[in-house]
Write a protein that binds this ligand. Sequence first.
Ligand code: F6R
Length: 598
Amino acid sequence: MCGIIAYLGTRPAKEVLLAGLAKLEYRGYDSAGLCFSDKNGLLSFKAVGPVKNLVKTIEGNDKYSLGIAHTRWATHGEPSEINAHPHFDCQHKIAIVHNGIIENHNALKEMLIKEGHKFVSATDSEVIAHLIEKFDEGNLESAFIKAINLLQGSFAVVAIQAGSRRLLATRRSSPLIIGVGKEEFFIASDVPAVLAYTNQVIYLQDNDFVSIDDSGYKIKTLAGKEIKRELEGVQMNLEEIEKGGFKHFMLKEIMEQPITLAQTIAGRVVNDKIKISLQIIPGSFDRIVMAACGTSWHSALIGKYLIEEIAGVRVEVDYASEFRYRQPLISSRDIFLAISQSGETADTLAALREAKAGGAQTAALVNIVGSTLAREVDSGIYLHAGPEIGVASTKAFSSQIAGLLIFALYLRQLSGASLDKGLLMELKNLPKAVEAVLAGADKIASLAQQFKKTNNFLFLGRGLNFPVALEGALKLKEISYIHAEGYPAAEIKHGPIALIDEDMPVLFIATKNLLSDKILSNMAEVKARQGKIIAVVDRDFQDIAALADHLLVVPSVHPLLAPIINNIPLQLLAYYIADARGLDVDRPRNLAKSVTVE
Ligand code: F6R
């Protein structure tokens, strides 16, 4: 995700850049850096960790009035000073900061290395500085545009050049705004970074190119055509804006899922092949053992269905807290896969160490780059879902399932079997289907009003929808404090059906799959006992309407992708019920985002 702030004006740039970075830290805080420029050249500072570490490195240096700065949430390359932004060209004359992912950076880097460029970092971003250098024949603007036109992926970029009082910037699928003050200009990832100085901002659009000097700013298309963008007065308070206008981080993170899923998938399905860099030797394993906690454990359960069906490899799933103490039978023919958003969960780390001691090959599916888990496994898959701030996990869960599907396809590929092209195509189109579900959020918000006073909830599903039921129940209970349970739908006959009466809402996840007819019978059993039925259905399965009191219709997708789609209405329902009960959704009682004690 990363945060960018740049300044050109009359104040000390240091003050503006550091204050701006502090406001952008929610976007990432594994390292930070900045670069000043004046007629004598460029001067940069970098530090690993939060912005306060960078502050300590900069004594004095108040004379500069132009600079760029960045706070990083690592995607390519571990958090380190070398990988921290700004990045430079070979001659240290051009400095850039970047937010996003340059998907074709490998090809660009290869080309630049052949031309003699020397790279120092492991980031995708560094190619941008070298590309500008490659095209620079005395006109920085034209070199910048030529460089940007070669980039694929998502980016917000700001560049400066030694000896020049000019900021150049552009964006594609990553946010960037201009702040306009009196004889001063700001460029930032988000409004809070500039709000202390001005509330006059321009929200840049994709492919806008901006050039700023002391006389003002010019916005053009990347093809060179001048365009006008509205200067808007910002009314919101700081806290609201940090949440991008959403009431809570949780809602923001639910709504972000089309983008975060696209980031998880980006560059991993190429020409109908899976491209991930796991160190697994074909034929070197007999089974996958997964361990995780909470929501991540639910992902692991879905992973078991996916891996066994797609790759035909045996899978076992454990709670990490159980695995670590039950003396599990582990051998070098096992791949131990740990799943964790934070990469810092104490039980998951302990389970990993247990598996290592047993001789297993180890891998992780993890969101936070450079986390302990990421560092301790043999190899892994990053989720690239961006920082998750709301305590209840939402976007990380969707990305974990997408990551597990990619892992399952990878295992199948390793065995030499062909991949289902239709599934690969649908995987790439998944963000669009997620957008369609999110478009129905208002309907779920009004449904939440009807259930905000309930004391209990049952979530039922079968097959891949069973772990989705577990996750739906967890989400509701942790933020609304309503007692909720998830069950395999057929199991209710063995006990829980005794709970059903007219006061028990039962949410069925009933999208079309091989068990669709069977779930209809389970629904009839609940209906016969006056239970209130909410059903998540896809358009192919509207006949459920006769049994359900409320229908939440989602788009039809490949059954192996359905858990991601079906979970989203459950996230929204939990969110809106908790909000309707007036609770602090982002900071539920007794919980912490990262559980670093056992
Ligand atoms: C629930 C939730 C937790 C986490 C669990 C594991 O919404 O967020 O159940 O899933 O604490 O955390 P990670 O994935 O960071 O290991």
